[in-house]
Design a protein around this ligand. Sequence first.
Ligand code: IVH
Length: 682
Amino acid sequence: MSVILQLMSESIEYIKQHIQTLRSTIDLHNYRYYVLDDPTIPDAEFDSMMRELEHIEQEHPQLVTLDSPTQRVGAVPLKAFAQVTHRQPMLSLSNAFSTAEVEAFDRRICEGLSASCVEYAVEPKFDGLAVSLSYEWGVFTKGATRGDGYTGEDITANLKTVRSIPLSLRVNNPPALLEIRGEVLMLKADFLALNLRQQARGEKLFANPRNAAAGSLRQLDPSVTASRRLAFFAYGLGEYDDLNVPCDTHDHVMTYLASLHFPVARECGVVQGTSGLLAYFQQIGDLRDQLPYDIDGVVYKVNAIEQQQQLGYVSRAPRFAIAHKFPAQEAMTELIGIEVQVGRTGALTPVARLNPVFVGGVTVTNATLHNADEIARKDVRVGDTVVVRRAGDVIPEIVSVVPEKRSTGAPVFAMPDHCPACGARAIRLPNETVSRCTGGLFCPAQRKQAILHFASRRAMDIEGLGEKLVDQMVDNAIIRTPADLYRLGLAALANLERMAEKSASNLLQAIENSKHTTLTRFVYALGIRNVGEATAKDLAIHLGSLDRLMAADSERLQQVSDIGPIVAESIVDFFAEAHNREVIEQLRASGVQWLEHEEKLDSKIQALPLSGKTFVLTGTLPTLSREQAKEKIELLGGKVSGSVSKKTDYVVAGSDPGSKYDKAVNLGITVLDEAGLLTMLQ
Ligand code: IVH
């Protein structure tokens, strides 16, 4: 090598090393500042190191890496978020709202583990947004929202702007994969400052820190996210391939995450039994107002990982953990009107219009009144002073009226007997609590709601198709059904109010993008009565194709877990309607498509050995109590039902079996004795 070349390569080596030192020093001070809240150098010194690094990287762009601190901001705005399938589903937590529910939880755990006292890891329940962070070979490569738990949105560029999220793991031999699960939120102080800024600029104010965090995270332009101060707290792991992850207890996992410089709540702890759980709840409740972030309760997790695995999962939530929520918050205000809204299925819902009131961190102007019976039961009248309650994300509701404050002569409220949107007759069927508009899809309100539901995030996810736009499009007869969306052109949209060419073409692009979907989303999007997301998923998994779903009769549908006669009838009725079949055909003809059977691959929870199997217990088993047998079956994902039907897979019979045994024999269902059951469980 010539002397010059050698000098050059040595100097490049020197620069590389210098860059490395600068990056790790910057990361360390970033960690001290944003995670430990304990900076040891003045801001100016930090800024000057950043400037130096930026300068060197500009001179040597080939040395820029994904995890350089200069890469937090500056990514270009996206057109749309890409979808990310989670390697491990992001589950939810069951809730407890009372001491009795916590006691019952602890009892279930003790029984399930055959233990007298169990150790729990206890944590705040952050009121933010769940995210998953993937580190490949130590570098933060992908960040995603929770989405429906199985598929979320790729928000990597936005998450990189969150200063407390490490861009790289500063360890020797970093693991091939480490997925961190946690919550992004906005600290209360940053929220107040943001709203002051918004106000000064005449921009919209955020209702609470959670909304502000959500709004900031779902920005297509990462520079907007970067301008909002977001925080992150880790609370667990997704998939990993890291031999250093402790496999004994959850609290050791958390200590490990903290050692990797992930922010972990200071308020985490370990307690024993119900008394420990309740004392923690009280302690955090007392601290709540002083905490720098909003919480809506606390989370209890069985601490030993082996015990967690023994307890397993039920549906979408772990059995070994529960969220203990703080009680709902209440406030008084005046009811200024009752408006009747028409839903997707024609249900008329009375909505209370309120004098704005601040409840649990949010200004509330509307509350649900449920239905006419509820209004009558609570005797709610326009002009009344009412108590409004808000719990977490739930729609605020009217709890009661304050009778002493009622002015004399306030009229009793009556539900209209005609639809306020289309004038068709509104009727109330004998077994229903709600009145329904009989206008069907001739009723513009029902049509609008059906289209909005179709386009909603959890359904076809057509970004930008909001209420105002749908109102205009339906009122101007531009669209009548969801299928019409796929025939829209720029010209039709351009005439709409407040629709610039750019937003029109963005909308068309969003509609185009929605064509590639999943069977679950599509079935959910159809808006079949009584078919929510979970049912849509069950249908997609069990039937595997739309044609099979459309052809299924009530009996076939009831073979799907959790589908009873009412839901089955709604599904059959929906597909029997010629209009609905026509819309589906039009949607398919426009290119709306999905991978049939894909959900089978999607759901890891289904992978438990007895998932989808239903057992019925009868008679006295020689050694196991009913409760113990049930626990054992459920631990492996099976379901225990009280009565024998065609859907039953096995009947477990002990001595003196009842009529269930005869029925099983008649229906040709496999009958097991205790020994047979235990062999199967092994
Ligand atoms: S653990 C396996 N821990 O609550 C369960 N979740 O319904 C995974 N959340 O969307 C969740 N604080 O984002 C866990 N300390 C905490 C939490 C927490 C808030 C959120 C989470 C999820 C929801 C669960």
